[in-house]
Ligand binder design. Structure first.
Ligand SMILES: [Ca+2]
Length: 262
C-alpha cells in the first residue's frame, strides 16, 4: 500500500508529459501549415460550384455569392459555371474587373482556393482577399489582398486598408496622381511598406492557394508550400466581412473553403 501514492504520482507525471508532448506536437504540426491551422477553426462556407448559373446578374452564381460588377453589363455572361468550375471573364464594358464576393466574417482565418489561370488572355491575374464595406477607414472597404499575376509572375501581398484605401493617404496622393508628379518620399515609403512581392511559377495548371490573416500578418501558401508573408497593421482589421475574388480578365475557380479561426 505504501507504494501506491508514489506510483499514482508517477502515472500522473507520465500522463502530464504525454499531454504536453501531444499539445506541442499539435502546434508543431500546424507550424508552417496554414491549411491545417484553418481546419482547426470553423468552416464558414464552402463551394465546389457543381451546378449551373442562373443568368448573368449579381446573384447568378447562387449559394450566397454576389457580384459587384455583373449588373453593370446585364447582357454579358462574365461568370460561367461549367463542369464544376467557376469560369470568369471580366467585361471591359463593366469598367472594373469582375468582383465576386461572399459573406465571411472573421478576425483571424482565411481561405483555401483551388484556381487556375487558364491562359485565355495575354496576362491574367486573380485577386483573393477580404473586404469590409461597413468600415469608414478604407475606401469601398478594401482591406487586404493577395494579387497573383501571370506577367510579371508574382504574388503581391497587399494591405489596402492602411495604404492605398486609407482616406487620408488617398487624399494626400490625389494631387500627385492628377499632375503625374512623383510622390513625396515619405508617402512612397509608406505605400511601399504596405506591400510585398513574391515570385511564383505562373503557369496554366490548377493550384491550391491558402490565404490567411493572423493578427497583423498575412500569409500565402501555394500547393502546400509557404510562399510568403507580410506584416502590416491593416491585416489586423477585426472584421473580414466579405471573401472576395477579382479576375483580370480571366481566372477559373474549382473550389473555395473559408474558415474562421478567431
Ligand atoms: Ca468544383
Amino acid at each position: 500500500m505504501s507504494h501506491s501514492k508514489p506510483c499514482a504520482r508517477l502515472v500522473v507525471g507520465i500522463l502530464s508529459i504525454v499531454v504536453l508532448l501531444a499539445a506541442c506536437g499539435a502546434r508543431i504540426a500546424h507550424a508552417g501549415d496554414d491549411a491545417a491551422w484553418l481546419k482547426s477553426g470553423t468552416l464558414i462556407f464552402e463551394d465546389s460550384f457543381d451546378r449551373e448559373e442562373d443568368g448573368n446578374l449579381a446573384k447568378a452564381i447562387g449559394n450566397g455569392w454576389n457580384s459587384a460588377t455583373a449588373n453593370r453589363v446585364p447582357d454579358e455572361k462574365q461568370a460561367d459555371l461549367d463542369g464544376g468550375v467557376l469560369k470568369v471573364m471580366s467585361s471591359a464594358k463593366a469598367g472594373h474587373q469582375a468582383h465576386i464576393h461572399h459573406d465571411a466574417g472573421f478576425e483571424d482565418g482565411g481561405a483555401i482556393v483551388r484556381f487556375k489561370l487558364p491562359g485565355l488572355s495575354k496576362t491574367e491575374s486573380l485577386t483573393v482577399g477580404f473586404v469590409d464595406r461597413e468600415t469608414s477607414k478604407a475606401a469601398a472597404g478594401h482591406l487586404c489582398y493577395a494579387v497573383l499575376t501571370s506577367d510579371p509572375p508574382q504574388v503581391q501581398l497587399l494591405d489596402r486598408k492602411t495604404g492605398y484605401s486609407d482616406p487620408d493617404v488617398s487624399k494626400r496622393r490625389q494631387p500627385y496622381l492628377k499632375s503625374g508628379e512623383k510622390l513625396p518620399d515619405d508617402l512612397q515609403r509608406l505605400l511601399d511598406s504596405k506591400m510585398k512581392f513574391v515570385p511564383w511559377k505562373a503557369d496554366h495548371e490548377w493550384h491550391e492557394l491558402v490565404l490567411v490573416t493572423e493578427g497583423d500578418e498575412m500569409r500565402v501558401t501555394l500547393d502546400g508550400k509557404p510562399l510568403g508573408s507580410h506584416r502590416s497593421e491593416g491585416f489586423a482589421h477585426p472584421m473580414k466581412r466579405w471573401f472576395s475574388l477579382l479576375m483580370n480578365p480571366s481566372a477559373w475557380i474549382d473550389d473555395v473553403k473559408v474558415y474562421e479561426v478567431k
